[in-house]
Design a protein around this ligand. Structure first.
Ligand code: GLN
Length: 471
């Protein structure tokens, strides 16, 4: 029996190379777990039927003496990242039956390395939400408490990793969708610097915020996955190289900024605050300096730009080019019926609001202002990073909530307060587990988030490992 619970990518790679078990053994172990747990948790929308074939190929490569960081490693992929010949729906009805005709750049890189793609995971429709409740294919439950959400929008990948149904997973993060489900499920989630990872083959939600990122059990594993998937890509002109930004240095002692004003706001759970203070004590015990900084509440700015870009990006789903088609009396009616029936409530809400903020009469008042505010925020972060190496916050102001509890969309938007700034500014951020809080007899995982300047991933990995005792 392979001890999946304590397995990491690093350990699995060593065992595969030492022939302690084969890629087929490893993939089979995960398939067994998926069969046992997925019917209840609903993390996977589809488990691929060629998993063992892929594993056999990996074993042949290992037998030939090949060794790559992810060779033979079973991964879960969010349903908005396309894989040649496989279905992909972004958990939307509008893409029912769509089969992707090419590989996303990240998938191409993963395949080259020899990963095993286990299947596609559940998410909020088109990556819009914070709980995976907006999926057209049912909610993904949190394995720590089946009454609660897994977080979103990459809830499926987070649950797959936290309940040993995958060794690692890919998610996408537009405003926290890798970090927040990672924190709700007790695993590590990284949002890389904007442009670090190619978005080619990632279904666009908010093109100027979206980044693909790893969800893993350890910080070291996140680093391994990032190394494989990152890089300049001719198919995505926004991708960057290692030289695009000045290097951030890994240090013995870090200065960490904490935006207390923002954290002390109402709406932040008392136990989350307590857990956060304990995390600070731990960091101070390492000799790090923690100081107060100021950061504004960026939710309004985030959501205006989000709605605007979503309304534009989702206009491509018209019932003609992809997936679902509902026949009307004429072309306009085809569009109206297909989009009306194919998109869920939250998606339609954002398209309407986005169309409004971009309309001629209101453009300057909303979208134009938000873009100006974005530039101001960029400057503020630059200023902050002139006096601290990292910014620290809880990942989420609340732990995983009960399924159905946040039926008012605004209350759900508020839960994104700490994660959205990194996307607006384009800087990298990581969520690492910081312990548990007890609610109604259940232990719910919590996470803290570190943000670093552009291209500061190495610093995030360093402090993340130190915090978790990985080094
Ligand atoms: N919760 C945020 C939103 O609804 C972020 C989503 C995401 O990162 N994809 O927009």
């Amino acid at each position: 029996m392979i001890d999946l619970k304590n397995l990491t990518i690093t350990k699995a790679r060593k065992a595969l190379d030492a022939k302690e078990f084969s890629a087929v053994d490893l993939a089979s172990a995960y398939l067994t777990e998926i069969e046992k747990k997925n019917p209840e948790l609903n993390a996977y929308l589809e488990v691929y039927d060629d998993v063992l074939e892929q594993a056999k190929t990996a074993d042949q490569r290992i037998a030939k003496g090949e060794s790559h960081p992810l060779l033979g490693i079973p991964l879960a992929i969010k349903d908005n990242i396309v894989i040649d010949g496989k279905r992909a729906t972004s958990a939307s009805k509008i893409l029912q039956g769509y089969v992707a005709p090419y590989d996303a750049t990240v998938i191409e890189k993963l395949k080259k390395d020899g990963v095993i793609l286990l299947g596609r995971t559940n998410m909020d429709e088109f990556a819009l939400g914070s709980s995976t409740e907006n999926s057209a294919y049912g909610v993904t439950k949190n394995s720590y408490d089946l009454m609660r959400v897994s977080g979103g929008t990459s809830g499926g990948s987070a649950v797959a990793v936290s309940s040993n149904m995958a060794l690692a997973g890919l998610g996408s993060d537009t405003g926290g969708s890798v970090r927040q489900p990672a924190s709700f499920c007790g695993v590590v989630g990284l949002k890389p610097t904007y442009g670090r990872v190619s978005r080619y083959g990632l279904m666009a939600a908010v093109s100027s915020f979206d980044q693909i990122g790893p969800i893993t059990k350890t910080v070291e594993d996140a680093e391994i996955v990032l190394k494989v998937i990152k890089g300049k890509d001719s198919m995505d002109s926004t991708t960057i190289t290692d030289e695009t930004y000045p290097k951030s240095d890994v240090k013995q002692k870090y200065t960490i900024g904490v935006p207390w004003d923002l954290i002390k706001r109402e709406g932040i759970d008392l136990k989350v605050k307590e857990n956060f203070k304990e995390a600070i004590n731990r960091l101070e015990s390492f000799g790090f300096e923690v100081k107060d900084i100021k950061l504004p509440n960026c939710l309004a700015l985030y959501y205006i730009i989000n709605f605007a870009e979503v309304s534009s990006n989702l206009s491509r789903f018209d019932g003609v080019k992809y997936g679902l088609h509902v026949d009307g009396k004429n072309l306009l009616e085809d569009y109206i019926l297909t989009r009306g029936q194919g998109f869920g409530r939250e998606v339609r809400r954002r398209i309407l609001l986005g169309t409004f903020v971009l309309s001629a009469g209101y453009y300057d008042a909303y979208y134009g202002k938000a873009q100006l505010a974005r530039v101001v925020l960029q400057k503020e972060f630059k200023e902050v990073f002139s006096s601290v190496d990292l910014v620290l916050t809880p990942t989420s102001p609340v732990p995983a909530w009960k399924i159905g509890e946040k039926s008012d969309p605004l209350s759900m938007y508020l839960a994104d307060i700490f994660t959205v700034p990194a996307n607006i500014v384009g800087i990298p951020a990581i969520s690492v587990p910081s312990g548990f809080m007890e609610v109604e007899g259940k232990k719910l995982p919590l996470g803290i988030q570190f943000m670093a300047p552009h291209s500061g991933e190495s610093v995030l990995f360093d402090i993340g490992k130190k915090f978790l005792g990985e080094k």
